[in-house]
Design a protein around this ligand. Sequence first.
Ligand code: SIN
Length: 490
Amino acid sequence: MPTLSEQALLRSQNLIDDRWCDAGLGARLPVADPATGETFANVPDSDAGDARLAVDAAAAAFPAWSRRPARERAQLLKRWHALILTHQEDLARIISTEQGKPLKEARGEVQYGASYVEWFAEEATRICGDIVAEAVPGRKLLVLKEPVGVVAAITPWNFPLAMIARKIAPALAAGCTVVAKPAEDTPLTALALVWLAQQAGMPAGVLNIVTASREHTPGVVDAWLADSRVRKITFTGSTPVGKHLARESAATLKKLSLELGGNAPFIVFEDADLDAAVDGLMASKFRNGGQTCVCPNRVYVHDAVHDAFVERLAQRVGALHVGPATEEAAQIGPMINARAVDKIARHVEDAVARGARVVTGGKRVRTGDGPHYYAPTVLADATPAMELSCEETFGPVAPIFRFRDEAEVIRDANDTPFGLAAYFYSNDIRRIWRVAQALETGMVGINEGAIAAEAAPFGGVKESGYGREGSRHGLDDYMHTKYLCQGQLG
Ligand code: SIN
């Protein structure tokens, strides 16, 4: 357990209807140190019964919360935002301890997550509809935006604070109430965040959270899918789970936001600023040890600059400091668990067996500190036949594909069912517009590796999902449109 200046942030119970409570059946879920897999805390292992109680509370709280003036909802969110920043250091320590994110990055995640809370606090007061020019005399046509109702938020482990903040904040800003379930690997950050919302004065039932193991999660989620009071599900995670949610929510026709898997291309054209491209790749690929949905999974480098780029990249990657996440010097922490590190090792072995060359890394490291550390890796001579070209590696591995012309690289970049993010580096203004439009993704970084921001719409196309998070589009996803037609006014 991390030592904090506010120990009350370490919660070990669910919050339902403003009451911290254990799972109804008393089961517990161990929380493991990502470096070693050893248990250091435990939280409730909830089931369908707990999930339904959370919906009871959220449904009961909805009428009053949705009718509260937007400014009051905004003030509550602002108080929550201030508390998150006050506790930045403690929250960062919880993130590092349970997720393995280096402390410096974890501090950045707290600010990043808080920025969504602040943004949506401000947007809450700007929700507006339309008054439409009447086609028939004596009628008024009005369009209102209304909160959809109870929202179920199911969040991933890779950004244990930012992902839940960017789902809950717009939901509350819109006037929805929330039932949330954080990933089984990282429940402590989410519980701490919800405790801070309670300290900010969130009314009973507006925000509820239950934690559950991998085994019990289907029971919790199925209870929410079957419940017609849950009007929206917002999920970040794998494409197979997203498809399951889409199928199973059809019975009650819930609104869905799905932020699913990616397989991002990162293209370096021959006219690129190579140093900027290396900086961009370092930022986007090695952030969180490569465990982000938007991190480049395939790096395409033009033949004319290939060798120079690989050499500069390998120098930077080889110098990254791998170490326990809570050590200040760490730049790459442990991977989240054994499954994750095994998949990385499998992808590298498969690539090498099919002809890839290890330029740096390519092996497990610091095994004395735990079995889940993997060296930041650059692989040259990658080809589409390799597993890592079709599937997200979700680790610190940059495979380099050599290309010779623009049409070929666009075709290869788009040759995937996924369409979350893409990046490219070029200094040719005509090419920039051409390529940005040709890439089949929801987001494109142009000469930029760090693209996510609270004011920007985050989300994908194709099998990377639909719906947007952040920006005014992210608020719109928690509201429906109601049309009023008033007659007899002539
Ligand atoms: C993700 O990996 O799903 C989110 C990454 C981000 O917000 O930048």
